[in-house]
Design a protein around this ligand. Structure first.
Ligand SMILES: [Zn+2]
Length: 80
């Protein structure tokens, strides 16, 4: 009867130790790193060289001196 109590105690200790060990690395399953924080905005934002407006890189016009939000700002900045 005394041994049964010891075995139960040992099992409880083992279970507790494994539970603590699983929690120890500090990486909670809810907080997975590596993914983008926001699902939208896959494009990176760039600033217009002339007016400073931020727009997606895919929508920006590239000039000789940088990126612009519109053709007007590109010609205003580069004078062409
Ligand atoms: Zn602009």
């Amino acid at each position: 009867m005394k041994y049964l109590l010891l075995i139960v105690l040992a099992l409880a200790l083992l279970w507790w130790w494994r539970a603590m060990k699983r929690r120890a690395p500090g990486r909670e399953p809810g907080k997975q790193a590596g993914r983008a924080p926001s699902p939208q905005a896959p494009d990176d934002m760039v600033a217009c060289r002339h007016c400073g407006l931020h727009l997606p890189r895919t929508e920006a016009l590239s000039g000789q001196q940088g990126l612009y939000c519109s053709q007007a700002h590109q010609s205003a900045q580069e004078g062409s």
